[in-house]
Structure formats: structure tokens, C-alpha cells
Design a protein around this ligand. Structure first.
Ligand SMILES: Cc1cc2nc3c(=O)[nH]c(=O)nc-3n(C[C@H](O)[C@H](O)[C@H](O)COP(=O)(O)OP(=O)(O)OC[C@H]3O[C@@H](n4cnc5c(N)ncnc54)[C@H](O)[C@@H]3O)c2cc1C
Length: 341
């Protein structure tokens, strides 16, 4: 998202742009996502939900999102819903394939299969490689020694982090934090399963690790449960679901339907003491820590960083990574071309 948004904005402002894309298709994880681009309705709620983030950076994303969404729509990006499904948030849901196509058509030259390996001398560069969740070594170093399932594109492997650090950029807070989902522990998990196998009903279950130790937290959401699971043996846990919870609605499905999806995919699902137990495995979608940037996306001389490569927006919780990527990608392009805020 961030790189394409930056490229489209830079071209609008008259720049010649080359997008270097490591993958064999454009769109990165945005293309795989549910594509809900959102913000908290209230600024105070954003701060309370993500208390470890950089307030100035958060404010820039929060204040910039509505204009950025209107811009995406003006480009012809296909909106599939005008609600996020969460009354505390506001935003738009796009068709990810359609959004990718719209951006690619306007991004100028997009060179597929051409990873950026070093920063070009004297050319303003916006790094937007999508975080470091795709590099098991970096995940081990910063996040957890346990092996996580990758729930993202395979190419976002910390290239931006390394390039920016080599240029002297600093790291943000919260390098150990990530956003992800606990997925049904099926023997095979393909990108098409990333949404279908997500077990997003932890609040209706007891959550315990293989030793029977339970997750207990003061304030929690699915993002807290997956971060806890990631630190348990094998990055695995069991959800123990009482029968009365099986009919509870979760998004467009029920808890029972999510459990059946897990069983159908071959994940361990057992009946024990009158409850259903489902084995889950922690999957990483996006790292939340990364390069420290200012509100214009600046990370070092001649270098801007946007999207999941930039840390410090969601620290301590979760906010829309697509929103941050969209807003900061656009702002970085403007700043790189000398346009003031
Ligand atoms: C199943 C799923 C559902 C999701 N749902 C949502 C949602 O509803 N709302 C939300 O806000 N977020 C959601 N996300 C998260 C969101 O998609 C990502 O956090 C977001 O795409 C990050 O934007 P980005 O621009 O940083 O990275 P990406 O969109 O992944 O783009 C990064 C690009 O950089 C490329 N790249 C990597 N290394 C190099 C290199 N060295 N040179 C050149 N190119 C390189 C990658 O191939 C990729 O194309 C979801 C993710 C998944 C997987």
C-alpha cells in the first residue's frame, strides 16, 4: 500500500517515479488483506488503545486519513463497504484487487521481481517494504524465539529496516510487538486460508498453553491473545469453548462455524469435559515496530520510510496498518518533493 500510494502521489506532483517491487505481483499484503482502511472515531480512544505510539505520528495518521480516503475514492478505488463493522472506528473497505489495480495503473513504472538491495546515491528514496515479519531471523531477534506462521506476503522480510539502519536511521519503540491472528493449527495453511482459518473468538473461550497455563490479562483483545500465544511453547495454544458460546456471533460467522472451519481444515479439535478444545497457532501479519520516522515520514537524509517499515503508530495495541501506510506514503512523497505540510 505505502509504496504505491507514494508513487501515485509523487506522479500527481509531477515527479518521475520508479517502483521497485520484489514480488512477482504488485500489492503486497494489501492485496491479501480484508482491506478495511480505518481510524478510531475519537482521538482519545486511539491514544488509549495504542498508548506506546508516538503521539505526533499517530495524530498525523488520524487527521490525514479522511482526506486520504477521499483521494483514493477520487482515483476510482472500488469501495465495498462504508462501515468498518466496529462502532468505535470509521473508514472504508475496498476491494483489494480493484484497489491494487487502480494504484498500479497510476504509479508509473512498476518493475516486478526487482528488489531494492541498496539505496541509490543522490536519489530521494521512499522505503516501503512492508515490515520484517517474513524474515524468521529478525522475528526471532526482536519478537519471539518461537516459530510463527507467516500470515502476509512472503517478500516483506526486513529489507527496509536493514537499508534504513545502514543509513543511520533509528528504531522505533515496540520492536517486539506485532499484529496477527491465531489460526486453526491445520497441517497446511495457504494464503487463501488467512481469513477463513482465523479463530477470532478468544473472548468467548479460555485460552491455555500446552502446559495448561492460562492467558489472563487486564485488558485484552485478539491482538493481545496472539502476542501471548507467540511466546508460548511452539507458539501454540488451545481455545477451550463452552457449548453455550458456540452460537455467539463473530463478524459474519458464529463461534461454532469458526470451530467447524478449523476441524474441516484438519486442525486438532477435541471434546474434553463437556467443552470443545481447538488448537491454534500464532500467525504474524505485520510487525508494529520498525524505523523511527517523523510526521513527514523522514528517517534520515534523503530517505523516507512508510508503511509497516515505519514503527511507532500502533505501539501498545492495534490500529489500521493500511491507514498508516496510505497516509504516510502520500505524505512522504510530498515531503520528498519539497511540498510543505
Ligand atoms: C489476511 C490479511 C488481512 C488484513 N486485513 C487488514 C485490514 O482489514 N486492515 C488493515 O489496516 N490492515 C490489514 N492487514 C494488514 C495490511 O495488509 C498490511 O499491514 C499493509 O499491507 C502494510 O502496508 P505496506 O505498504 O507497509 O506493506 P505491503 O502492502 O505488504 O507492501 C510492501 C511491498 O514491498 C515489497 N517489498 C518487500 N521488500 C522489497 C524490496 N527489497 N524491494 C522492493 N519491494 C519490496 C513487497 O513485495 C510488497 O509488495 C491485513 C493483512 C493480511 C495478510
Amino acid at each position: 500500500m505505502a509504496g504505491l500510494a507514494a508513487a501515485v502521489r509523487a506522479r500527481e506532483l509531477g515527479a518521475d517515479v520508479v517502483v521497485r517491487e520484489k514480488g512477482d505481483r504488485p500489492g503486497g499484503s494489501m492485496r491479501l488483506s480484508s482491506c478495511v482502511v480505518w481510524r478510531y472515531r475519537e482521538w482519545e480512544i486511539f491514544r488509549a488503545e495504542c498508548p506506546g505510539g508516538d503521539p505526533a505520528l499517530q495524530r498525523a495518521v488520524w487527521e490525514g486519513l479522511d482526506d486520504a480516503l477521499a483521494w483514493l475514492e477520487s482515483l476510482g478505488a472500488p469501495v465495498v463497504a462504508r462501515e468498518t463493522g466496529n462502532p468505535r472506528t470509521t473508514g472504508l473497505r475496498f476491494d483489494p484487487a480493484g484497489l491494487t489495480d487502480v494504484l498500479v495503473r497510476r504509479a508509473g513504472e512498476v518493475r516486478l521481481g526487482e528488489p531494492l538491495r541498496e539505496l541509490p546515491d543522490g536519489v530521494p528514496t521512499i522505503l516501503a517494504t512492508g515490515g520484517f515479519q517474513g524474515d524468521p531471523e529478525l522475528v526471532r531477534r526482536y519478537v519471539t524465539p518461537e516459530p510463527l506462521v507467516l500470515r502476509a506476503n512472503p517478500w516483506s522480510a526486513g529489507d527496509g529496516l536493514r537499508l534504513a539502519q545502514a543509513r543511520g536511521a533509528a528504531l522505533s519503540a515496540g520492536m517486539e510487538e506485532f499484529y496477527g491472528r491465531n489460526l486453526a493449527a491445520a497441517p497446511r495453511i495457504e494464503p487463501g486460508d488467512f481469513v477463513a482459518l482465523a479463530q477470532v473468538y478468544a473472548r468467548h473461550a479460555a485460552v491455555e498453553n500446552i502446559r495448561g497455563e492460562r492467558f489472563a490479562a487486564r485488558h485484552w483483545a485478539d491482538v493481545d491473545v496472539v502476542q501471548w500465544t507467540a511466546r508460548q511453547p511452539g507458539a501454540r495454544a488451545w481455545y477451550v469453548v463452552p457449548d453455550e458460546a458456540l452460537g455467539e456471533p463473530v463478524r459474519e460467522r458464529t463461534v461454532g462455524e469458526l470451530v467447524e472451519a478449523a476441524r474441516a481444515a484438519g486442525a486438532p479439535v477435541e471434546r474434553v469435559d463437556g467443552a470443545t478444545r481447538v488448537e491454534v497457532v500464532a500467525a504474524i501479519t505485520t510487525t508494529l515496530g520498525g524505523i523511527r520516522v517523523d510526521v513527514r515520514g523522514r528517517a534520515a537524509d534523503g530517505m523516507w520510510v512508510a508503511g509497516a517499515d515505519a514503527g511507532g503508530v500502533s505501539t501498545g495495541g492495534w490500529s489500521s496498518a493500511l491507514a498508516a501506510a496510505l497516509v504516510l506514503g502520500r505524505v512522504a512523497a510530498e515531503d520528498a518533493l519539497g511540498y510543505a505540510a
